[in-house]
Write a protein of this length. Structure first.
Length: 115
């Protein structure tokens, strides 16, 4: 199996993400990442990609997290699920890919900047 390298942002465009957690959780994360053959950058980029690409498994986990820690009300969570599902149906119905959808939004932004 050929290993594909994960893209690393251009140094002129990259931004730094930073947050705090406990030393134990950082150590536990590093141990798990070592076991899985990943570094922190790869892990966080993969999570961000999954979130932005609306990966179903990741969104299911986040929904359970939000419910457990009461981050968002049930009505809002159900609404979000509905919108993601509806978006996938529209993509299939019209055969649009992510780039084409972005192009549509770019055109709309130019035509209607007040929106």
């Amino acid at each position: 199996m050929t290993k594909i390298k994960q893209p690393v942002p251009d140094p002129r465009e990259r931004k730094k993400f930073m947050f705090y957690d406990t030393g134990k959780r950082q150590a536990d994360l590093r141990i798990r990442l070592k076991y899985d053959g990943m570094n922190q950058s790869q892990f966080f980029r993969s999570m961000i990609s999954g979130y932005l690409e609306k990966d179903e498994a990741l969104l299911d986990y986040l929904d359970r997290y939000k419910e457990k820690y009461r981050v968002q009300g049930q009505k809002k969570r159900l609404g979000n699920k509905f919108l993601v599902k509806k978006g996938r149906q529209v993509e299939k119905e019209f055969g649009l890919n992510e780039n084409e959808i972005e192009d549509i939004f770019d055109i709309m932004e130019k035509e209607f900047p007040e929106i």
